[in-house]
Design a protein around this ligand. Structure first.
Ligand code: NAP
Length: 355
């Protein structure tokens, strides 16, 4: 293979590819828990950490709802502990992102960072989710120049100035509260007259003297030439538009699952979350398992991600034990991504297991 980036997986030479029993795509709570369990099962998992190693917790401050830490724990510290625990049992944590794949037959063929070919008997997807943006005209241009989706990362750049946070969920409350450490005033811009955030987070944010919620308000655009100088906002009830003189503009409007690379192979819902069979992490392709925020749009907690990571590891381990001839060309038909494919795969697997 030359220097150029291959356009198709067929253009990649897999003759000398590294071969593994378990490859895990993503290294947040789900991926690292899957790594811990499969490592302890002596399956020598390889984890490709993806573009955001540590997942979303790596950009969080205090985590108060992860069990076992009565005083709370910092997100990056927690993820470092996850990594150390998985590594201790032999999980191989590598930098790299799965950028292309072929799941038509086993061993599955993956291309990492558009250049490293890898084959694997099972694949655990724990690629997480990424912050959403509003799609405003100047949002992209001013990204990193006042526009941010991570208050924890960028909050300190805004001492004694006014900033805005868009959103009404727990993330928005958390970001707003964090920003009060630096900013002189924090506007929370929310499109409705009721917050989505949990009661405890709402109470904390609403009680803070620096935080002001702008209800029923949407953002028309971010303003500024070189850096953010304001936001153009509109009250959806009155239709009135006005300018808010903020220097920082933080998005906290939810996340999109990082599943694009798996599209066409795996059955997903309309938002791109990977569908798994009931009470399991099995996808429509036998040997491919999904866990964490790439698969769960309901709970989306670190502890539930870790839980499904554990489930994926156990599912993969059992599946490997039940499917003989690892490394052989045990092909299965080209998957058809239809509504029925998933239940069919689940049924076949269940029959397999029962037999
Ligand atoms: P979320 O709960 O989905 O909230 C997203 C917020 O953004 C909603 O208020 C939504 O408005 C708003 N929004 C979405 N699209 C928008 C758009 N195009 N324009 C304007 N506003 C928009 O997401 P999240 O806050 O990131 O939380 C995700 C999950 O993580 C939740 O389960 C949450 O409990 C959890 N979490 C927990 C903590 C904690 O406990 N410390 C911290 C962070 C996150 P609507 O309300 O009108 O839909």
């Amino acid at each position: 293979m030359g220097e150029s980036t291959p356009m198709h997986i067929e253009d990649v030479d897999f003759a000398d590819a590294e071969h593994h029993q378990v490859v895990i795509a993503g290294a947040g709570p789900a991926g690292l828990t899957a790594a811990l369990y499969t490592a302890r099962a002596k399956l020598a998992p390889v984890v490709y950490r993806g573009p955001q190693p540590g997942g979303q917790l790596f950009t969080t401050t205090d985590v108060e709802n992860y069990p076992g830490f009565p005083e709370g724990v910092l997100g990056p510290d927690l993820m470092t502990m996850f990594e150390e625990q998985a590594s201790r049992f032999g999980a191989d944590l590598k930098y790299g992102t799965v950028t292309m794949l072929d799941l038509a037959r086993r061993p599955f063929r993956l291309l990492v960072d558009e250049r490293t070919p890898v084959t694997t008997e099972t694949l655990i997807i724990s690629a997480g989710a990424s912050a959403r943006y509003l799609g405003l005209e100047n949002e992209g241009r001013l990204l990193g120049r006042g526009v941010s989706s991570c208050a924890t990362c960028d909050g300190a750049f805004f001492p004694d100035v006014e900033v805005a946070v868009v959103g009404g969920g727990d993330s928005a409350m958390e970001e707003a509260l964090f920003l009060t450490r630096f900013a002189s005033h924090v506007y929370v811009i929310h499109r409705r007259d009721e917050l989505r955030a949990s009661k405890i987070m709402q109470d904390r944010a609403l009680a803070h003297e620096k935080i002001e919620v702008l209800w029923d308000t949407v953002v028309e655009d971010v303003l500024g030439e070189e850096e953010v100088e304001g936001a153009l906002i509109r009250n959806v009830r009155t239709g009135e538009t006005s300018q808010l003189a903020v220097k920082g503009f933080f998005l906290a409007i939810g996340h999109t699952p990082n599943t694009e690379v798996f599209q066409g192979w795996l059955e997903m819902d309309e938002l791109g979350y990977i569908r798994t069979a009931a009470d399991s992490t099995r996808t429509n392709i036998p040997g491919v398992f999904a866990s964490g925020d790439a698969q769960d749009h309901v709970y989306r907690q670190a502890v539930t991600a870790a839980g499904t990571g554990c489930m994926a590891a156990i599912d993969a381990e059992r599946w490997l034990a039940e499917h003989e001839e690892p490394g052989s060309d045990a092909s299965h038909p080209e998957p058809e991504v239809t509504e029925s494919a998933l239940s069919e795969a689940a049924t076949l697997d269940a029959v397999d297991q029962a037999g």
